[in-house]
Ligand binder design. Structure first.
Ligand SMILES: C[S@@+](CC[C@H](N)C(=O)[O-])C[C@H]1O[C@@H](n2cnc3c(N)ncnc32)[C@H](O)[C@@H]1O
Length: 271
């Protein structure tokens, strides 16, 4: 209940209630006794304690406000930097049956946090929120996609679960996520490896159509949606499993020297 009031309001409440108490005491005729002096000393001590508390509350609120301003500033700066960059890959949406299978393979649970890196119209994060009730973040560098995804999340009634941000995915801290979805390009997946290594153990990464060279997928399956419409899906778990190094070539053994012809015998000198 107290949490609903800013710290400064609580602090002012404390100070004013102290004032009221004092007024109450002041209203009574003070008897000039030791007990009355003691009461006055107690009350002065209580006043000092409350003032200290009020000051601490004000300082705490100032720190919280400063932190929020720094976070807002950082978000605006990330957005400004993102708007100066061209997308690394064009927008192509993942078909809905593929979205469903990607989320199934990632075994999304209610306590997961899903990130779609390059979220396009937001369909993956919206589906995750609708079907699994999870919190989901979509990031895209293209402002048109960002507005489209925000509108779609609102229309689907999941704005309370879905957040869309205009950011360059290569600058993101991925550590809050437990499920990552990708529909990028093979070389972009590889570029993301250092960031994907920040994920908590047991996190899942699913990619539509593209593998991640150097890391062994746990699952690779093909989904056929029509005669000429097939989609690859790759799943990895963290910690990422490097592709095993090929066995080293056997070191060549030193060869025995080729047998030499016996030295030609010289004729012994005549006795
Ligand atoms: C192939 S689409 C995938 C859209 C969506 N994830 C889906 O599967 O339907 C790739 C998206 O990545 C976005 N993108 C490309 N480079 C990016 C970057 N560096 N940071 C953030 N988004 C990027 C594009 O704008 C595009 O919307």
């Amino acid at each position: 209940m107290l949490a609903r009031f800013p710290a400064s309001v609580l602090a002012l409440g404390l100070v004013s209630s102290l004032g009221c108490n004092q007024g109450g005491q002041g209203g009574q005729a003070a008897a000039p006794t030791d007990a009355a002096e003691q009461t006055e000393a107690d009350s002065a001590q209580a006043e000092a304690a409350v003032l200290l508390l009020a000051q601490a509350a004000l300082e705490l609120e100032a720190a919280v406000v400063a932190e929020a301003l720094v976070a807002e500033e950082a978000a605006l700066e990330a957005e400004r930097q993102a708007s100066e960059r061209e997308p690394d890959v064009i927008y192509v949406p993942t078909p809905e049956p593929v979205v469903d299978r990607m989320l199934e393979l990632a075994a999304v649970r209610e306590d997961d946090v899903v990130y779609d890196l390059g979220c396009g119209d937001g369909r993956i994060v919206i589906a995750a929120a609708e079907r699994y009730g999870v919190k989901a973040w979509g990031f895209d560098i293209d402002p048109v996609r960002v507005s489209e995804a925000r509108e779609n999340a609102k229309a689907a009634g999941v704005e309370h679960l879905v957040t869309i941000e205009q950011q360059d995915i290569f600058t993101l801290d991925l550590s809050p996520a437990s499920v990552i979805t990708l529909y990028l390009l093979p070389e972009l997946n590889v570029r993301l490896i250092p960031q994907l290594e920040q994920l908590k153990p047991g996190s899942r990464i699913v990619s539509h159509d593209f593998d991640m060279e150097g890391v062994t997928p746990r699952v690779h399956e093909t989904l056929n949606l029509g005669a000429r419409d097939s989609h690859e899906i790759f799943l990895w778990h963290t910690p990422l499993n490097p592709v095993p190094e090929p066995a080293p070539e056997p070191t060549p053994q030193p060869e025995w020297p080729a047998p030499q012809p016996p030295p030609e015998l010289e004729a012994a000198p005549p006795p």
